[in-house]
Design a protein around this ligand. Structure first.
Ligand code: ADP
Ligand code: MG
Length: 729
């Protein structure tokens, strides 16, 4: 009998939901209690220091040493009062997870005594060893040192883990020589660029706009499976993805899981991680079942991009920790189960002004609607212009199984606007003669007055579009569930910043010394943009084969795998874009490219090794045991003179042999391909070899293993089956 599998199944049978009590009945009574935010600062800082800090944060300026000391002192008092013993600079290196190195608050005082201490210098800057984090060669050329520096726009927080509490200070992580080694540093630059350029464009319409923030609401999809079952599968344990497994008799075809009632054990898990998240000021708001069995989603209310990403990273940490307590493993992998929906991290993105306006929300005022159309059309134009880069920003070994693979939608970037808005743009495009008179009337002539009533209805949805307008924001759905959204957001905000700056320059140039009304010039420019970016707009089924054909005709690219998609990061066009917007220099881009290729290689390599080990050590032995039984049986039947009956068994014995033979052959060929790939020095070539030559064996090996799963005695099968992983809660 397959011991581990059955003992895991027994454990699952015995599980009970674990309820957790919130610290107070009302969420508003405990929301953000673990955050050193505005409220705490006001309480723990002198009025003067508070003012200086808030001004610096709002303007994104450096905080002087004296104020830093004051803030450090206040933070320490606040944290120690709440039981914290340690502090850490919390940062997001390019490993994909968050990193922290804890230091105790205490220090020697005179006379050999110990006191609690935390200086401004320790708040502002630390020096973790950069050599232990991916740096893409930056370390080889320069020194191994790296610095973390306080990001004052994201508040410090108290992390409770085990019995201890740690004060976490969000920071950027840069090399000794200034190159970014993390996700946050370039993101902050991109956000600064989009803000400056959006403000300039807003001022063409409204002088009151002095600040624009990009906003982000992240919908997080994930699978939950029981911890014991997870541990019984090497593939899930090491690759977070099932490399084998026949589709269950019942999958997601009934669609009875979506929005269905949440199982009690899951509900308790969700309640507890939500409590923990709310204490940390993460505004988790929505939870529901997803389409696939065992798949769920949670979404917070949107925030400024930087904060939303910090919160998403934290949320993933919390979910894993709380999951452990509830004997669940949270799978953030993009495609943990073949034949079943994958998971995304939908990035809902917009721009919002200091005057309280969402720049992607149409209003009923014609003049404001021209501003809305300006931003909308510029985003469309930016995405069209840099579709390849946007595709690269979501590329990973895991996301390849969700986009571009056999059963997955293609990796073509396109924008869905919805019938009505599409109609508005079409009208604007074809209305060749603009007959402008004066006042608000001109918009009526342009047909723009039709915008407001129509757009109130934003129920139009297209779930097959990677980048969809949803009434008052864009939803970038192609981002993978395990990704740090910073990659996608750095690219999106940079390309929009760049586009807005070009638009602004064009408006100024074309209005210079002319009497034509500025609005007319703007409409003309928008019309050009609408025409030139038209190929990126697609309203149909993005998952269909017809779309692949159509997209090809339109000249849109469809790069199905990561090693090739990543090329867009280091193209001359992208280098120029990032340099002009001052987000990445060439060294940083090359380094990042190298890190992403390396990560791809490692992921495929691990999967390939898992396939080899599971196939040879678990699957073939199980199949042989069963085959042995059949052989004994057939012999017995023959002894009894039942030749025909024995023949039926002999057929089965042969089938098993064939599968075993193929599994062995293909596994050995894969190992050879891996060896050949490993001999390649150049990362790009090596990643391509892994993609084309090593990964190519995964499916055929899997096919034969999955066939055996159907034949071999269930009692002997060593791996928990899909039905057990997906349906047992
Ligand atoms: P859906 O129908 O896609 O579930 P929701 O209204 O639930 O739409 O929104 C999904 C996410 O979009 C939420 O996190 C929400 O806060 C976020 N969102 C709403 N408005 C904006 C905005 N202006 N900017 C960024 N995100 C937003
Ligand atoms: Mg959504």
């Amino acid at each position: 009998m397959a011991k581990i599998r059955f003992s895991a199944l027994e454990q699952v049978e015995k599980r009970k939901p674990l309820t957790a009590e919130p610290p107070a009945k009302k969420i508003s009574d405990y929301f953000g209690v673990n955050v050193f935010g505005k409220e705490a600062m006001r309480q723990y800082l002198s009025a003067d220091s508070y003012k200086v800090v808030m001004a610096a944060i709002e303007k994104g300026e450096k905080i002087d040493d004296r104020t830093a000391d004051a803030v450090a002192g206040a933070m320490k008092t606040w944290a120690v009062e709440r039981g914290a013993t340690h502090y850490t600079h919390w940062f997001q290196p390019l490993t994909g997870s968050t990193a922290e190195k804890h230091d105790a608050f205490f220090d020697w005082a005179e006379g050999g005594k110990v006191i609690e201490k935390f200086k401004g210098s320790a708040l502002v800057q630390q020096e973790p060893d950069a050599s232990s984090f991916p740096n893409g060669g930056i370390r080889n050329t320069f020194e191994a040192r790296g610095y973390t520096a306080w990001d004052s726009t994201s508040p410090a927080f108290l992390m409770e883990a085990g019995n201890g509490k740690t004060l976490c200070i969000p920071t950027v992580f840069v090399a000794y020589t200034g190159e970014a080694l993390d996700y946050k540093a370039p993101l902050l630059k991109a956000l600064d660029r989009v803000e400056k350029n959006a403000v300039a464009v807003c001022q063409l319409f409204d002088k009151d706009v002095t600040s624009v923030k990009a906003t982000l609401g992240i919908e997080q999809e994930f699978f939950l499976i029981d911890k014991a079952l997870f541990h019984a599968r090497t593939d899930l344990l090491l690759a977070e993805r099932s490399l084998f497994g026949h589709t269950p008799a019942k999958g997601q075809q009934l669609e009875d899981h979506y929005f269905g009632s949440i199982p009690p054990r899951v509900q308790c898990f969700m309640q507890e991680f939500e409590i923990e998240a709310l204490k940390l000021g993460i505004p988790v708001h929505t939870r529901h079942n997803e389409v696939a069995p065992g798949q769920f989603e949670c979404a917070p209310i949107f925030e400024d991009v930087n904060l939303a990403i910090d919160h998403n990273q934290l949320l993933m940490d919390i979910m894993e920790r709380v999951g452990e307590k509830h004997s669940f493993k949270v799978l953030f992998h993009e495609k943990p189960f073949a034949g079943i929906n994958g998971s995304g991290k939908h990035n809902n993105w917009s721009l919002s002004t200091n005057t309280g306006k969402n720049l992607l929300a149409p209003t009923s005022k014609p003049k404001e609607n021209l501003m809305f159309l300006t931003f909308l059309v510029n985003v469309v134009k930016a995405v069209h212009e840099h579709a390849d880069l946007l595709r690269a920003s979501i590329a990973s070994a895991a996301n390849d199984f969700r986009l571009g693979a056999n059963e997955a939608p293609p990796a073509i970037m396109s924008i869905f606007l919805g019938d009505q808005l599409n109609g508005v743009l079409d009208e604007l495009e074809h209305n060749a003669t603009i007959n402008i008179e004066k006042g608000e009337n001109m918009y009526i002539k342009l047909g723009i007055d039709k915008v407001p009533p129509i757009l109130m209805d934003n129920t139009d949805r297209n779930r097959t579009s990677p980048f969809a307008f949803t009434g008052n924001k864009f939803e970038f759905r192609a981002v993978g569930s395990s990704a740090n959204s910073a990659n996608a957001m750095t690219v999106l905000n940079t390309i929009v910043a760049d586009q807005l700056s070009k638009f602004h320059a064009e408006v100024l140039k074309k209005t210079e010394g002319k009497d034509t009304k500025r609005e007319v010039i703007i409409v003309e420019i928008l019309r050009d943009y609408i025409k030139s970016s038209k190929p990126i707009r697609f309203e149909g089924n993005g998952y269909s084969d017809e779309w692949k054909e159509e997209a090809k005709k339109r000249g849109l690219s469809n790069v199905p795998n990561t090693p090739r998609a990543l090329d867009a990061y280091v193209s001359a066009k992208s280098k120029q874009l990032f340099a002009e917007q001052n987000v990445f220099n060439d060294v940083e881009l090359e380094a990042r490219h190298e890190i992403m290729l390396h990560s791809y290689i490692l992921k495929v390599q691990i999967e390939s090794r898992c396939i080899e080990q599971i196939a040879l050590n678990q699957i073939i032995p199980a199949a042989l045991s069963y085959q042995h039984k059949l052989i004994d049986n057939a012999k017995g039947l023959k002894e009894l003179g039942l030749k025909e009956e024995a023949d039926a068994l002999i057929d089965m014995i042969k089938t098993i042999s064939q599968h075993i033979k193929l599994i062995k052959e293909k596994t050995y060929e894969m190992v050879e391909a891996r060896k050949a790939a490993n001999n390649e020095e150049d990362s790009h070539k090596k990643a391509i070899l892994y993609c084309d030559n090593v990964k190519a064996f995964f499916e055929v090996i899997r096919y034969n293993v999955d066939k055996l799963e159907l034949i071999v005695d269930d009692e002997l099968w060593p791996l928990p089956k899909y039905r057990e992983l997906l349906f047992l809660k």
